[in-house]
Design a protein around this ligand. Structure first.
Ligand SMILES: CC(=O)N[C@H]1[C@@H](OP(=O)(O)OP(=O)(O)OC[C@H]2O[C@@H](n3ccc(=O)[nH]c3=O)[C@H](O)[C@@H]2O)O[C@H](CO)[C@@H](O)[C@@H]1O
Ligand SMILES: C=C(OP(=O)(O)O)C(=O)O
Length: 429
């Protein structure tokens, strides 16, 4: 086990290149199960979620090659509907996409309930409602979901909550159902369009991805193709926040600025200078930042996945800011850790109230989830002295080559093995 050490308080500048989107990658990889010949996905991020999904595809008999550039070629022709009730499926949230993809291809699947970030309750009732509407029998036995269908039939499915996962999962099963499926109140995140693009390249018939009504006409078979993943808007947003906090000119390369309009608007409101071009965003930080309020919403609103890192930035702003998470009301586990670093933050219900400006101080802190990790490494870069962040297994789920990218901007960040005592201490917290 390792910790991340950060020598903070220094300005960063230079260019950082954004990797492929985690939340696309984790759906695109399971989607390959649906094809009958090899699929290549170009530009995946170097993150543990990708490695785990690769292992899971191999467990069910797929042949998977991952190049040094993180292009993945999957030959799904030898896959079988192997039950996956335990083990690696528990390590990530998106293992739930194996349900939709295996149901679509094999008409049956057994998948353990997913893991992922602990952000309060994360039910999958809308996924199950969708599978049942398509004709599957779904049971939950000892922590695993059993799905079986004699045949899948298209259906009209209204989602009671706007869910990224349910929208994609239903799409994965419906592309192989007989007839037309209509998903109403669908999520509109860019990752949904990316998955629909891959499926369309594989021969699926999908219209409306990126709007709240998606129409899918099922087909009898899907074939291989090549697909290039979209850039990770959450990783890009993290580097923009970091650029606003400690940047003296940070150029973020390989980004789709339209995916980040809500963040760009809030950063500008704070007084951060931002210039955008086709696939780049330039951010210049400032020592005089204004407080702002944010409320997380479904896309194109302010993303919940940037709420935690943005909270760290607000510790530097003059005045009181209110951060409200309407998607995950308990996504505040980073706050206690920020307080250890001298932040002045109160949590009231679904909101955090941040009073600033304060000068953060280096401390030993623990990442409880992926974006709490981002909040803490940004805090470490802003703080005086050395910060040590543990819980790197969370950060490694979503930040490709973090140390290399930060040091490329002039930071002094390194990974160090934990001592036996530190490992014991962590087990007891
Ligand atoms: C792998 C992946 O893409 N993860 C993202 C995805 O997670 P995920 O797809 O799991 O999140 P959803 O969009 O499904 O969740 C949105 C809200 O709906 C609720 N809900 C969801 C499904 C369901 O069946 N029932 C239900 O009540 C959730 O508890 C949450 O409050 O979108 C989240 C919201 O943008 C992001 O934080 C995650 O980074
Ligand atoms: C919550 C997140 O991921 P996951 O849904 O994979 O746990 C995230 O990316 O911030």
């Amino acid at each position: 086990m390792e910790k991340l050490k950060i020598a903070g308080g220094y300005p960063l500048k230079g260019t950082v290149r954004i990797s492929g989107a985690k939340n696309s990658a984790v759906a695109l990889i399971p989607a390959t199960i649906l094809a009958e010949s090899p699929v290549t996905i170009e530009g995946l991020p170097d993150i543990s979620d990708v490695e785990i999904l690769k292992d899971l595809l191999e467990e069910i008999g797929g042949k998977v090659e991952l190049s040094d550039d993180f292009d993945m070629t999957v030959d799904p022709s030898t896959m079988i509907s192997m039950p996956l009730p335990n083990g690696k499926v528990k390590k990530l949230r998106a293992s739930y996409y194996l349900m939709g993809a295996m149901l679509g291809r094999f008409k049956k699947a057994v998948i353990g309930l997913p893991g992922g970030c602990h952000l309060g309750p994360r039910p999958i009732d809308q996924h199950i409602k969708g599978f049942e509407a398509l004709g599957a029998q779904v049971t939950n036995e000892q922590g695993a979901i059993y799905l079986r269908a004699d045949e899948l039939r298209g259906a009209r499915i209204y989602l009671d909550v706007v869910s990224v996962g349910a929208t994609i999962n239903i799409m994965l099963a419906a592309v192989r159902a007989k007839g037309r499926t209509i998903i109403e109140n669908a999520a509109k995140e860019p990752e949904i369009i990316d998955v629909a693009t891959l499926l369309t390249n594989m021969g699926a018939k999908i219209k409306g991805a990126g709007t709240d009504v998606i129409r899918i006409d099922g087909v009898d078979s899907l074939h291989g193709c090549r697909h290039t993943i979209i850039p990770d808007r959450i990783e890009a947003g993290t580097y923009m926040i970091l650029g606003a906090a400690v940047g003296e000119g940070v150029l973020i390369d390989n980004v789709i600025p339209q995916h980040l309009e809500s963040l760009i608007a809030k950063l500008r409101e704070m007084g951060v200078k931002i210039e955008t071009s086709d696939d780049r965003v330039f951010v210049n930080g400032s020592d005089k930042l204004k407080s702002v309020d944010i409320k997380t919403l479904v896309y194109p609103g302010f993303p919940t996945d940037l709420q935690q890192p943005f909270t760290t930035l607000l510790t530097k702003a003059e005045g009181s800011s209110v951060v409200t998470d309407t998607i995950y009301g308990a996504r505040f586990k980073h706050i206690d850790e920020l307080r250890r670093m001298n932040a002045n933050i109160k949590v009231e219900g679904r909101s955090a109230i941040i009073s600033g400006p304060v000068k953060l101080q280096g401390a030993k802190v623990k990442a409880s989830d992926l974006r709490a990790g981002a909040a803490l490494f940004i805090a470490g870069l802003m703080a005086e002295g050395i910060t040590e962040v543990t819980g790197l297994e969370h950060i490694d789920r979503g930040y490709s080559q973090l140390v290399e990218k930060l040091n490329g901007l002039g930071a002094t960040v390194w990974r160090e093995a934990l001592s036996k005592e530190e490992v014991e201490q962590l087990k007891n917290t």
